[in-house]
Structures are given as C-alpha cells and as structure tokens.
Design a protein around this ligand. Structure first.
Ligand code: ATP
Ligand code: MG
Length: 294
C-alpha cells in the first residue's frame, strides 16, 4: 500500500501548476537503501496485484462503475511494460487495452473526441488508453499541421488549445457523472533516460522492431513536448479526473506506483458482491433442488 503523502505528492492538485520540470523523474523511494526499497516495492506490487485481481472481480460482478486509465508519455517511457505488469493478474474479460496511433482519414473527419468515445469502457470494465485524446493537445499542438486547418490553430493561438482543454474537462466530467472513474498517468522520464533506452533498443536485435526513426525527430522537439504536457496537465487535472505525474526513470518505481494508485482507487469504491432480491434467492433454492434431484 502506498503512503498517502506519496500519492498526494504525485497528484497534480487542481488549479495548481504541474511543474513537470521541477519534479524528479528519478525518484526511487528516497531515504532508504535502494536494494531495500526495491524489495519493498516488489512486495507492495505483488500485494497490490493480488488485491487488484479481487477488486476487478468485484467491479465486474457489480457492473455499476467503470475505470478508464489514461497513460501518456514520451517514447520509451515504459507504457507497454507498465500495462503488462499492472494488468498481469486481472481477468482479461474485464479489461481492454487500446493503443492510439495516428488517426485514420475517417477519424480525422470527425470531432476530435470521436474515436476515443467509441472505445470507452462500459460499467464493470477497466479500459486502458495507451495514448489517448490527450494526443490531440500534445502531438497535435507540437505539430499543428496535423490539423489540416493549421491556419486556424495558428490564428487562434492559445485560445484554440484552451477550447480543447475545456472540451476534455467537460468530456471527463460527463464520464465521471455517469459512473466512469478516470485516472490519468503521465510516465515522466528524463531526456537522458530516453536516450539510454533508445540506444538499448538499437543495441538489442530483439528490440529493433520497437525503434522508429520518427522517435528521433520527436525527441528533437523534447522541450516543445514538455511545454505541451505542462500546459495540458495543469489545465486538465480536476477533482473528477486527476493527473498523476509518475517518476518513471526506474521502471520498477513506475509500475509499483501505478498499481498502488489503481488499487487504492478501486478500494475507495467499497464494492461488495451484489445481493439478490428474495424472489431471486428463492429461485436459486429451487434450482439447487432440481439439480440435486437429477
Ligand atoms: P512505443 O512506446 O512502443 O514506441 P507508441 O505509443 O509510441 O509506442 P508508436 O506506434 O511508436 O506507438 O507511435 C504512435 C504515434 O502515433 C506516436 O508518435 C503518437 O504521437 C502518434 N499519435 C497518437 N495519437 C495521435 C493523434 N491523435 N494525432 C496524431 N498522431 C497521433
Ligand atoms: Mg513510439
């Protein structure tokens, strides 16, 4: 279980700045010996995964709420690995992962939330967006030419993006009011660690397929991306859909913390298995009798 103050530190308080540059992406349970920290983190992750499996079963049985996890990060920050680890113990029936790449022509022809709204989790489910509608204020802000009508974005400047933040805030408020809890994680890595991980991809033939020349082009725009992340996270961290900035230079830290926050969130729902009304209970007794008499 994560200490409360840790969760509070990673949360971007609504109305206050994300201040990403001031946050330590290499944080690793400071103050205790690193081997000990790793050991404790592994144990905490295992406990959380066991609890998560049970909690998910309840979520599915209850079918009263859904969870949407939004994962955003620069390349090689460990989104895939985090999903793999955090979801390793859950029933695949109750969980869906969607990875968003460049939109198709059809998707571009619709409003900017369209392709994401179609894939929202229904009640009882955990949905994970590996990249999300936030790309519409991140990559698209860094590359306004993607809009096709880039002239508009340039002309309106900040007002254009402010309107998109407002749309996102409203969208998430609607989700929250209708039973979907939205949890947003930014896996925060340093520029140096990204370089190291991209080089590892080049060094290992089994990871070559993960490397894209485009990663270097985007890496060159690092500070534009950090500005876009800072503004978007600051503008859209709300009570009903908070952002957590996760220190991700150490993969084990990111996984432990994400699993911890997710588990704690579901625990907060205080779910229990549905209790049947008396007539349905009576029907069960009849069914039992029938089976026993076969
Ligand atoms: P990996 O970490 O394995 O590289 P990835 O999520 O980066 O995974 P890629 O296939 O490498 O997956 O890249 C997907 C690309 O699609 C990213 O560069 C991202 O910025 C881009 N993309 C996602 N959503 C949008 C969008 N709405 N508009 C334009 N580009 C988008
Ligand atoms: Mg990529």
């Amino acid at each position: 279980m994560l200490p409360d103050d840790l969760m509070q530190n990673l949360l971007v308080k609504p109305g206050s700045g994300a201040k990403i540059a001031k946050r330590d992406s290499a944080w690793a349970f400071d103050g205790i010996d690193q081997d000990e920290a790793k050991k404790q983190a592994t144990e905490s992750l295992e406990r959380d995964l066991a609890e998560l499996a049970k909690a998910q079963d309840l979520l599915y049985a209850n079918a009263s709420r859904a969870i949407l996890i939004v994962l955003q990060a620069m390349d090689a920050a460990g989104k895939d690995g985090t999903i793999k680890h955090v979801m390793s113990g859950v029933n695949p029936q109750g969980c869906r992962v969607y990875s968003f790449k460049q939109p198709s022509t059809e998707e571009r022809a619709h409003n900017f939330l369209w392709r994401y709204s179609r894939l929202l989790p229904e009640r009882g489910m955990i949905g994970i967006f590996n990249r999300s509608y936030y790309e519409e204020v991140l990559v698209v802000r860094v590359h306004p030419e993607l809009l096709g009508d880039s002239a508009t974005a340039k002309k309106d400047g900040p007002a254009y993006w402010k309107a998109r933040y407002e749309d996102i805030i409203g969208f998430e408020q609607h989700l929250s009011r209708t039973g979907t809890t939205v949890l947003k994680f930014f896996l925060h890595i340093s520029n140096k660690v990204q370089k190291k991980r991209l080089l590892e991809r080049l060094d290992d033939p089994a990871k070559h397929w993960k490397f894209s020349a485009n990663d270097l082009a985007e890496r060159a725009l690092w500070s534009d991306y950090m500005d876009a992340y800072d503004d978007a996270i600051t503008a859209t961290s709300t009570e009903w859909a908070p952002w957590y900035v996760i220190p991700a230079d150490h993969k084990w830290v990111a996984r432990t913390v994400v699993a911890g926050i997710l588990t704690q969130t579901i625990r907060g729902f205080k779910l229990s298995y549905p209790v049947l009304p008396p007539d349905k209970e009576a029907a069960l007794a009849v069914a039992r009798k029938k089976l026993e008499e076969e």
